[in-house]
Design a protein around this ligand. Structure first.
Ligand code: FPP
Length: 250
């Protein structure tokens, strides 16, 4: 059993409960460049990314992180070559098929965010089945942003709210940030505390725009396939040193 005060205590890290973020987001970038650097196809980079993701989830479960949201496929990623898009869709399907039992055993609750209804019928069914299987789990809330765009999510939330007003369910002056938030794909999930981006680019790329309003950022040149649990923990440790003021002063 882990000591109550310690979430992690291995040779190089000691993180106290109080310093852990509740919700971590990851922009898993650099798969293609990693593969190219080794003379491999981009798809090999995505396959290697899955292996990294599995290790990160295991770590997140071990440290009892509350929520992890990863950017798997953006609304803009459809513009990639068909072969790459097909490969990624196949990878998501294979991932669910192979991993859902283990995720369930780890008490993980999986949820997909984004325009899921635009995916293939068979993938939608797999997603529904996996979400249903893990619906009552109480451990890590693992959100997979797939066919997701932050602006698109905000527009869809606005449409849902406009419909509620038109249907007479709510009045315009009842619309506040709490109600707005509840209509996002993340629903009542806690905000992102720490946003990690691998692969060296210093941008948000339409990921969790609302939910990252007060997130701390961790950018690394490490590509996602090379990203390790140790570096993940390093980012979490660094988070613990940040002075979060949420627009206020001390
Ligand atoms: C960005 O790297 C990565 C993606 C568009 C796909 C991310 C998907 C995975 C890591 C697969 C695992 C996901 C699940 C849920 C099973 P890039 O291809 O843009 O890299 P580049 O910038 O080097 O080209």
């Amino acid at each position: 059993m882990q000591d109550d005060n310690n979430k992690i205590n291995n040779s190089s890290f000691l993180i106290l409960n109080s310093t852990l973020p509740k919700h971590v987001g990851i922009i898993m970038d650099g798969n293609g460049r990693w593969a190219k650097g080794l003379g491999l196809l981009r798809s090999a980079g995505h396959a290697a990314g899955v292996k990294t993701l599995k290790k990160i989830i295991t770590t997140a479960v071990n440290i009892e992180l509350e929520a992890l949201t990863v950017y798997a496929f953006s609304t803009e990623n459809w513009n990639r070559p068909h072969t790459e898009v097909d490969f990624l869709m196949h990878l998501f399907s294979e991932y669910l098929e192979k991993e859902k039992r283990e995720l369930n055993e780890k008490n993980v609750r999986i949820k997909f965010l984004g325009r899921i209804n635009e995916l293939s019928e068979s993938l939608i069914k797999q997603i529904d089945d996996a979400e249903e299987m893990m619906r009552n789990n109480t451990g890590l809330r693992f959100n997979v942003a797939t066919n997701y765009g932050g602006q698109d999510e905000i527009v869809r939330a606005t449409q849902k709210i406009a419909k509620k007003v038109l249907d007479g369910e709510i009045k315009i002056d009842q619309i506040d940030s709490k109600l707005f938030e509840s209509q996002l794909d993340t629903g009542n999930e806690v905000p992102i505390d720490l946003l990690i981006r691998t692969g060296g680019d210093l941008r948000v790329s339409n990921f969790m725009l609302w939910q990252s309003a007060y997130a701390e950022f961790w950018f690394t040149n490490t590509t996602f396939p090379e990203f390790t649990p140790e570096e993940f923990l390093e980012a979490l440790k660094d988070f613990g040193k940040r002075d979060r003021r949420f627009g206020s002063i001390k």
